[in-house]
Design a protein around this ligand. Sequence first.
Ligand code: ADP
Length: 506
Amino acid sequence: MRVLQVASEVSPFAKTGGLADVAGALPGALARLGCDVTVVMPAHREVFTRGLPIEPTGWEFEIPVGTRKQRATIHQARIPGHDPGIAGAEGTPPVTVYLIGNDSYFDRPTLYGGAEDYSDNAERFIFFSRAALELANRFEQPCDIIHSHDWQTALVPAYQKILADNWPRLARARTLHTIHNMAYQGVFWHWDMLLTGIDWRYFNWQQMEYFGQLNLLKAGIVFADMVTTVSPTYAREIQSAPGGCSLEGVLSGRGDSLMGIVNGIDTHTWNPRTDLHLPRPYDATSVAEGKSAAKAALATRLGHAAPDSRPLVAYVGRLAEQKGIGLLFDLLSRLAGSGRAKFVILGTGDPRAEESLRQMAAAYPGTIDLVIGFDEGLAHLVQGAADMLLMPSLYEPCGLTQLYALAYGTIPIVRATGGLVDTVVDAGPEALADGTASGFVFDAVDGGALVHAVERALELHADSGRWLALVRRVMAQDWSWDASARKYLRLYERALAAEPVPARVP
Ligand code: ADP
């Protein structure tokens, strides 16, 4: 089966969050299952700054954007294959990645903008989505499945149906669109509809219009043959308010063409046995030694003379309201003074959250280490060093950070929402007894509930034998991509066997 993956960010070429991790790892996992996979992404400036081999292909073509034509210049690279011997990733073949370049759109300091989004984001991703299909139409072998991700590429399924005459070699393909976060829908003023080249008839409340504006994600949800999101619980949550962010009706209208598949871990990148960011890679038998070496390295990195003996509680992630930063702040203000734990926070995002955390860290210099910034190597070291990882998200489509934590024997403390429900089992007495426990789960959006969960974790941590047993059990869990990639493959097969969604206007 020939599968085209279209995404706006793909590890290791460009990344702002979990989407890049998924788009970078799923192709390899599908290739391991025998799919012929190709990836298409924009040639962001970041792609050229990472020192990865990227070649020009010499292919260029013009893409209509509104009344103008914009040039697409195609580069080529590879997601590296994986050595044999890495559990869960043996024999992964390299995957070809095509990078669609246009300097005026993509030669920019960041992927989507800074504190404010780039004002031409609609145009940038209209161009990219259309160029991806134009490129795929030129492949020697036509693709069977076109799999797009998030609002940036949500026009791909709409284009494949509505402008089908432009790309005859893609006419038989089926489309699948994956939603990584309903809160980001790509909503733009209605005149951007002109840039799409799609007839105004489609600008209606059931298809591309959204309270008078153009909604790109909605187009993907309506026109894709299959729609997925990144966990079964989130798939349920988005079919009603508030999870659906006003698209709950459109989503529930998709019936059983909408489903949730939990993300996996790229076990090549996130593997404590082989992780070069750790001073002493470790497995379940050497986790205690591995973590204490990582703690020492982290302490040095953060400017401390020696590591702390208290349990180390970490937060790694975007500093955004979604991530429960308010609860994190509450927790620190209630617990940092007690001296019972040490905290390390690595994140960047909302400038106000950054400033509040700076003040909090300054108030407890020996207890809270704060690193504002995006540092992948440090994220690995923190996962290796920490005993517990906080994820108090208000909502969480899947969450990868808690999966990395499980792999690194770092016990997650999570709120019961979305993918966190599907991946972490609370260490209540029964789950501890039957060996299914993997973390601490709390429900209420309330600082007290988070404090209580952390206290339960600290209590168990004090019983070092039981804690180590829990750590070893979670490290033995398999969150590699294989199981999830198989589910995607079954869905691709289902899509190919079913009638495609028509391009009709209601
Ligand atoms: P989301 O995609 O909502 O941001 P996920 O948990 O799915 O959240 O994925 C976040 C990814 O981004 C993880 O790979 C995490 O390690 C990484 N990440 C987030 N913030 C930082 C940071 N400040 N430094 C390094 N890596 C980060």
